[in-house]
Write a protein that binds this ligand. Structure first.
Ligand SMILES: *Cc1c(COP(=O)(O)O)cnc(C)c1O
Length: 442
């Protein structure tokens, strides 16, 4: 399968090139050339398959031409060593819990999948050429991406990860998830803000001397290997609802609501629908960063500086995957509006939703999932069953959640284990020459 750029000014890329480079040379995002449709029989029997088996079938459509069957099976089965269960919150509304992975956030799946796919290509190369090249992944993080990438790549030989994060600006829980790992993961504590970390990484990719010295790759969410595997979730939601007798021929329609920031997760869902998954409608739930919501209302896309909110992983003022949505729909605003509706919530509205849901149902929402729950509660119609994606475990935001819900939620053992770990980090001034010097001596 070949990949084209959403800007249509770059040559087609192989999967390997798309994964190694992330962004196309014309600064566009890579898109698979075709989206294969799965046969009717697959959907008829989907409720009899495990999450791993479902995901393998979906993965074959995207990666089956480029990765041999045994390796793809290993990659998928290793990535999905946990489930994404649905949980009835209220009436026809279900939460799809995407937080049972290593760092309790949905980004775990994409990060692990990308790590294993990159490792597959490196090994293949080594076999063909007899030369071993260590690959170095640089990732800037304001919190969640760093932990998912670090844990996804942990222990993958041949790849070393450098996580750059702003000193003192990441919560202790988040920090512990990428500074305590050791092995092939190095945390660089930058004396600056998130944008400074991102600038250091961007400069590193543009520095010729550095790129001649070592192989550098990014692992941000625009990478096809991080983004496409998120389609698995939507199939797994449908399979579970079908098993419960709620959806399927002659039953209710499934509507999916996705708390969105960079719009990677929902775009993967749109791909799923193109593959034949029966999703009646999508809802993109936003916090106060309402750029997509406004686009749906007016047809005009006007990026804004991001606003800080309670649901901070969705604080995005210019969602990168918007380019993929436009491409998927040939820039047809009406068609996009037909399939996706929007919603936007202030911090006050998020707090109110969390408290009401907790008091009324006992279900603890995190601030991101709260946007999803509220939007689906407002928009679900008779004859529909609604699934909202719970994108992170509420304990990752324990202080906020406890204060809002007036509760004392338990911290899962996995998170406690990170917090017990010993912090190891390298202090780094906010200065490219210093960062380059550090990398050059590796
Ligand atoms: C990344 C993230 C989101 C937003 O996902 P996108 O794919 O960027 O739209 C939502 N919730 C949480 C908890 C996240 O970490």
């Amino acid at each position: 399968m070949k990949y084209y750029s959403t800007n249509h000014k770059a040559p087609m890329a192989t999967l390997r090139e798309a994964v190694e480079h992330g962004l196309a040379p014309d600064r566009g995002l890579y898109m698979p050339e075709t989206i294969k449709r799965l046969p009717e029989s697959f959907f008829e029997n989907i409720d009899k398959l495990s999450f791993q088996e479902i995901a393998l079938e979906v993965a074959r459509c995207f990666f089956g031409d480029d990765v041999d069957e045994d390796s793809l099976r290993q990659i998928v089965f290793d990535t999905l060593a946990f489930d994404t269960p649905v949980h009835q919150v209220k009436d026809d509304i279900y939460s799809l819990e995407l937080f049972h992975g290593p760092t309790l956030a949905f980004k775990d799946v994409g990060a692990r999948f990308m790590a294993r796919l990159l490792q597959y290509f490196i090994k293949k190369d080594e076999k063909a050429t007899g030369v071993h090249h260590e690959v170095n992944v640089l990732v800037a993080t304001s919190g969640d991406t760093g932990s998912a990438v670090a844990n996804g790549f942990l222990g993958i030989d041949g790849i070393h990860v450098y996580v750059l994060y702003p000193k003192g600006k990441v919560s202790k829980i988040q920090e512990s998830q990428f500074t305590t790992l050791g092995r092939n993961i190095t945390a660089l504590e930058v004396d600056g803000v998130f944008d400074d970390c991102q600038a250091l990484v961007k400069n590193a990719f543009m520095d010729k001397e550095l790129n001649d010295h070592m192989k550098l790759t990014s692992a941000n969410s625009i990478n096809v290997a991080r983004f496409l595997p998120q389609a698995f979730y939507y199939f797994n939601a449908y399979a579970q609802l079908k098993r419960m007798g709620l959806v399927g021929p002659g039953k209710n329609d499934m509507v999916v609501c996705v708390p969105s920031g960079n719009f990677g997760n929902i775009t993967a869902g749109l791909f799923g629908a193109r593959m034949g998954l029966p999703v009646k409608h999508f809802i993109a739930a936003n916090n106060a960063n309402d750029i997509f919501y406004n686009y749906l209302q007016t047809g005009v896309y006007s990026p804004q500086p991001s606003k800080q909110t309670l649901a901070n992983a969705m604080d995005v003022g210019d969602p990168s995957n918007f380019a993929r949505i436009l491409d998927l729909y040939n820039n047809d605003w009406k068609a996009i509006r037909n399939d996706i509706s929007g919603a936007t919530y202030s911090d006050d509205a998020i707090r109110k939703t969390m408290k009401q849901c907790y008091d009324g149902t006992g279900y603890v929402l995190d601030p991101h999932g709260a946007c999803g729950y509220q939007a689906i509660s407002e928009q679900l119609k008779p004859g529909q069953v609604g699934v909202f994606l719970e994108t992170a475990h509420p304990a990752k935001f324990k202080e906020k959640v406890d204060a809002i819900d007036n509760a004392d939620i338990a911290i899962p053992e996995r998170l406690q284990a990170f917090m017990r770990g010993k912090k190891q980090s390298v202090e780094m001034p906010n200065d490219f020459e210093a960062f380059k010097k550090y990398l050059m001596q590796i």
